[in-house]
Design a protein around this ligand. Sequence first.
Ligand code: SAH
Length: 216
Amino acid sequence: MQLDFEKARRRLVEGLISEGILRSENVIEAMLKVPREEFVLPEYRLSAYVDSPLPLLGDATISAPHMVAMLCEAVRPREGMRILEVGTGSGYQAAVCAEAIKRRGKVFTIEVEWPLAVFAAQNIERLGYADVVEVYYGDGALGIPEKAPFDAILVTAAAERVPAALQDQLALGGRLVIPLEERLGQTLYLYIKSEKGWARERLAYVAFVKLKERRA
Ligand code: SAH
């Protein structure tokens, strides 16, 4: 039996639309375009369109599709934007961002675990996203100063606080989403930077892997 990944993807996206998580035309189109089955480990391909996180290497996971959709919607991607993602994992979220900006602009994504950075870079290359998505290896809490400012920053690992470097590297008017550790668990926050300061909105209770401290 030939598995119809495209049909499964469409059903998943329709579900996320009816749940109110997917709302914008460009994010919907992006989720319809990017083949999640190509970003999971081969043994999980059959589960690629279940709305759940799946194991990658080590303790990393590819986020659940609804979480990828929520992060992407929160930063309001538009054509031509420069986006930074911290925590590349499989490269899936980066590819969805690339489609959401209509492949115009840039997505910089940084991963602290070398095997994952390589895995993601291979996925990005194989699926034809290398002209839009640049994969970096390093501590994402430091951002990528030489590529700043960014119009949007997505952090896909949970931190104690918003890293100062990321605050600095966000453009005025820019949006930053980040899961923060709190006493009773993690909360996903949206920060908007303006001349008057920061606005913050609570989005959801979430469960991400922890943002790792820089290696010596
Ligand atoms: N966005 C990914 C899912 C990432 S899971 C996807 O779409 O597949 C979180 C990732 O953050 C893991 O790969 C983990 O290794 C990475 N990570 C943890 N701490 C980090 C840090 N300080 N800098 C960069 N990446 C980090």
